[in-house]
Design a protein around this ligand. Structure first.
Ligand code: ZN
Ligand code: ZN
Length: 233
């Protein structure tokens, strides 16, 4: 009868589950305890959710989807030296470059040869990070490797922009050590069901863990006074 450990590891959580979870309480001023109601043959499942990591991921994904970076005009527009393929990528994705703070003007007069038709007129700016043309090159390469589908509104971001958003999300998210009301905890948990990848924070930290199936409590956890959750911080 020692199969529950295995089951616990492979237990599936769907994003829809977050809308069904019930808040049980806060643990150690850093974690939300929530249960997913079981069915006829299965018990309720108890989860522990990192209040900072999960709120941070929600804020990060919103920044990824919505932010248009500030830009700063170059004194002297810079002609980009591109291959024909790269130039095509730039021309077809101008909106994505704009969202990332790059402004590019395209010369369609026919006077410039292919590969020299794009001019960089502005670079992204932020207080935290300095951008240069290598970030533009990275974005061109990203778009070449996985062209965005016309139907998706996913905006590819260069790594510096992702790091910037992770930093901003961290600063604006619920901190560890903060007492939360049930309503605040509920909001964090419901938000997890609305985001693309709720399982890890932008720095890679897991946002939640499964603790146990509650009908196993008596038989499996009697011997310990507490479930073993102290090592989760
Ligand atoms: Zn953080
Ligand atoms: Zn993080």
């Amino acid at each position: 009868q020692d199969e529950t450990g295995e089951e616990r590891l492979t237990l599936t959580v769907n994003k829809g589950d977050f809308s069904r979870m019930r808040i049980t309480g806060q643990f150690n001023l850093g974690f939300i305890l929530a249960t997913r109601p079981g069915g006829d043959s299965s018990g309720d499942e108890l989860f522990i959710i990192d209040q900072h990591a999960s709120d941070e991921k929600y804020n990060f994904e919103r920044l990824q989807a919505e932010t248009e970076l500030q830009h700063q005009r170059l004194v002297q527009p810079r002609t980009l030296e591109l291959t024909a393929v790269e130039e095509e990528i730039v021309i077809e994705n101008l909106r994505i470059f704009e969202k990332n703070g790059f402004r590019i003007s395209v010369d369609n007069s026919g006077e410039e040869p292919i590969g020299r038709r794009c001019k960089l007129t502005a670079l992204p700016v932020s207080r935290e990070v300095v951008f240069d043309t290598r970030d533009l090159e990275e974005l061109i390469a990203m778009l070449g490797e996985s062209p965005p589908s016309a139907t998706s509104d996913f905006i590819p971001r260069p790594s510096k922009v992702r790091r910037l958003f992770a930093m901003r999300a961290c600063r604006s998210s619920t901190m560890i050590g903060k007492t939360l009301t049930t309503t605040q905890m509920e909001r964090i948990v419901r938000h997890m069901g609305t985001i693309d990848k709720p399982w890890n924070c932008p720095h890679g930290r897991p946002t939640m863990r499964h603790l146990m199936t509650l009908d196993e409590w008596d038989e499996k956890y009697n011997e310990y006074n507490q479930p073993k959750i102290t090592n989760l911080t």
